[in-house]
Design a protein around this ligand. Structure first.
Ligand code: ATP
Ligand code: MG
Length: 437
């Protein structure tokens, strides 16, 4: 088996080999070349100690990423390579950080500390593939399997539980039975993992092609990291629009949405406030005001997961707005474009489309209305039609020159914009100023 490696990867390997050290491509990049996907980065492992790696590459810029854990980054014009010394991880007392790491001259020992068989393979052009745990076989079968005993490996590092589910989603693989059992039994340990790491794993998971299956099979894992999800699971909606329980609806919405982080997070959380707002009238279930309550809960969740403010605000806005009705007419669309801004409104239409596809199939044709809203909005934007104060042919200075002051100016501009959007006045300075008298 021979693979084409990028030149700088060869170069780095040859350098280390020339200095008498072993060096292999390892982990995700090997997994990806074997499944025919171009790796997004290349990680190398080596028998050289971090200091020795730096000496070998003394003519290049290097960055000490984690000297204690053995990682040095070496900068090449074509990209940065992370080079990590073969290591054995010591005991874990906190389910996250190895208490100490020991460097080892043995590649096999380094592969043994890695999480899953498909991630525990190494490659060198002369040696070929090094695969002591059956990674290639599992790759063919589409299976995520822990290296060693799953209970022990998840006990050492609980993040691996979430990584297992993430890889299942991203690669579209199943979890091997014992690995799956341990995931279910041990997902309570995820409480020890930092918010940032959970957020990163969840985002990657949400973007994966296998997300529907993962959310169906591992709802307990999701509820372990976002407890607000638990009441949604199995919550019947008692409403003809819905053929799924709340969680089932959420799953359909996520699976039908564009693979974009903001949209997928929005769909995951858009109905999270439904259980608290449930009422029944004449046998029919209602969730009045759930969008507002979902937005409030989402705000708390996103803050807890340490999302940056901008992203969190955007997701919360989309959730709060997801029930807004807009008539598929130019005027109504322009009012929304003015209220939300073009970017948010177009995202909101994506959200609404996914939300519609999460309804019972009889209601899926409602996406046609959303498609119509989108084509109207795109035309308004493309033709630079007037929908905001910025587009108006008069501004505050014009009104000031006419003697208007303070709040009067803003109120008048808004009234004129409303006249233009409503078709009562053309958007020219002359017509607008004439309207004032
Ligand atoms: P991605 O495509 O997301 O980068 P990856 O497999 O490269 O996937 P990384 O998080 O970049 O994943 O980690 C690189 C390698 O390090 C993994 O392939 C795996 O061998 C090992 N690894 C990473 N995190 C862990 C962990 N928590 N426990 C054990 N091994 C790990
Ligand atoms: Mg990687």
């Amino acid at each position: 088996m021979k693979f084409k490696l990028p030149d700088h990867v060869y170069l780095a390997m040859e350098r280390l080999n020339g200095a008498g050290y072993g060096c292999f491509a390892v982990g995700g990049c090997v997994r990806d070349i074997l499944r025919g996907v171009p790796p997004h980065d290349w990680d190398l492992c080596t028998s050289a100690r971090p200091e020795q790696v730096k000496t070998v590459f003394r003519d290049r810029k290097t960055i000490d990423i984690g000297m204690a854990h053995g990682t040095v980054a070496v900068i090449f014009p074509a990209g940065t390579l992370e080079i990590t010394t073969y290591r054995i991880d010591g005991g874990y007392t906190d389910s996250r950080h190895p208490d100490q790491v020991t460097f080892t001259p043995e590649l096999r020992e380094d592969l043994a500390r890695r999480d899953f068989t498909v991630n525990a393979m190494a490659y060198h052009p002369n040696t070929g593939l090094v695969d002591p745990f059956g990674g290639q076989e599992d790759l063919k079968r589409g299976m995520i399997r822990c290296v060693g005993e799953p209970e022990r490996r998840f006990g050492e590092d609980a993040l691996r539980i979430l990584r297992a589910v993430r890889f299942s989603s991203v690669l579209g693989f199943r979890l091997e039975e014992r690995t799956a059992t341990a995931v279910h039994e041990m997902c309570g340990n995820l409480s020890r993992i930092s918010a940032e790491r959970i957020r990163e794993e969840l985002t990657k998971m949400l973007l994966g092609g296998g997300i529907r299956e993962v959310l169906e099979l591992y709802s307990d894992v999701l509820a372990a990291v976002i407890p607000e999800i638990a009441p949604c699971i199995g919550f019947e909606q008692h409403n003809i629009h819905h053929c799924y329980d709340i969680w089932g609806h959420i799953i359909e919405c996520v699976a039908h949405s564009a693979p974009d982080p903001v949209i997928r997070w929005t769909m995951l959380l858009h109905d999270i406030g439904k259980p608290d707002t449930f009422t029944v009238k004449e046998g029919v279930g209602h969730f009045y005001g759930h969008e507002k309550h979902s937005a409030e809960l989402a705000q708390v969740i996103l803050k807890r997961l340490k999302f940056d403010t901008r992203t969190a605000e955007r997701i919360v806005t989309l959730i709060r707005s997801h029930m807004l009705l807009t008539e598929p007419k130019g005027k109504a669309v322009k009012r929304r474009l003015n209220q939300l801004g073009p970017e948010v409104f177009l995202q909101l239409l994506d959200v609404m489309r996914a939300d519609t596809l999460g309804l019972a199939p009889a209601y899926h044709d409602r996406v046609e209305k959303i498609d119509r809203l989108e084509s109207i909005a795109r035309r308004v934007i493309e033709e630079r039609q007037c929908f905001s104060l910025r587009d108006l042919a008069v501004d505050g200075n014009d009104l000031f020159a006419l003697g208007l002051r303070g709040r009067e100016i803003g109120d008048t501009l808004r009234r004129l914009l409303d006249d233009v959007i409503g078709g009562r006045c053309g958007n020219t300075k002359e017509e607008l100023l004439k309207r004032l008298f």
